[in-house]
Design a protein around this ligand. Structure first.
Ligand SMILES: Nc1ncnc2c1ncn2[C@@H]1O[C@H](COP(=O)(O)OP(=O)(O)OP(=O)(O)O)[C@@H](O)[C@H]1O
Ligand SMILES: Nc1nc2c(c(=O)[nH]1)N=C(CO)CN2
Length: 171
């Protein structure tokens, strides 16, 4: 049994429907889902705002299998890869994976864990705190509390992340 923290984002097409497809796709493996946040684009590409969620899943999958399951949902949303950090119907990133006795640390051609850019991304960290207020992220300089990482981000970065409401809510 493993537990994964996943980040899903969309800024093309029906953003909410794309995020809902992630929760539906992981089905009974979903343990918790954050609220939906409208987030300013991170990474310097001018584009529409994203909707983002962070979710926690548990199941009998390896880290690579969580990645592959996310990639299948991206394909189902007709995700294309044109510009790095550019617009997309759906992006599913694996942030960190817990196994009995610790976390998965790896860096191979298709999967780096924990996600190397998560600590800089308010669009990942702020929703994560919804579902795990005491969350820890293992960074290059050791384990860090996610709330402290958020507090250290530039205020312009956190100001660009706005809570909209629950994925199933009507707002
Ligand atoms: N932790 C991870 N989560 C998701 N993809 C990863 C991870 N580590 C490595 N990858 C690889 O990154 C590749 C490119 O992913 P993608 O196109 O979604 O990148 P991106 O979302 O634009 O940028 P970023 O990697 O900064 O989130 C994927 O095909 C995947 O193999
Ligand atoms: N706000 C926000 N910005 C992004 C996102 C995302 O999901 N949300 N995904 C990206 C591709 O990794 C690049 N930039």
């Amino acid at each position: 049994m493993t537990r994964a923290v996943l980040s899903a984002g969309s800024n093309v097409g029906d953003r909410l429907a794309h995020l809902r497809s992630v929760v539906a796709g992981f089905g009974d493996d979903v343990v918790a889902v954050s609220a939906v946040y409208a987030t300013a684009p991170w990474g310097g590409v001018e584009q529409d705002d994203f909707y983002n969620i962070t979710l926690i899943v548990e199941g009998e999958r390896t880290a690579h299998e969580w990645l592959a399951a996310g990639a299948r949902l991206e394909q189902a949303a007709e995700r294309t890869r044109e510009v790095r950090w550019g617009p997309r119907t759906l992006d599913v990133d694996v942030i960190t994976v817990d196994v009995v006795g610790g976390i998965v640390v790896q860096d191979d051609p298709t999967l780096t864990l924990p996600h190397p850019r998560a600590a800089q991304r308010a669009f990942v960290l702020v929703p994560w705190l919804d579902v795990e207020p005491d969350a820890l992220l293992h960074t290059d300089v050791g384990a860090r509390r996610v709330d402290e990482l958020v507090a250290q981000l530039d205020s312009a970065e956190t100001a660009g992340v706005r809570r909209l409401g629950d994925l199933d809510g009507d707002w």
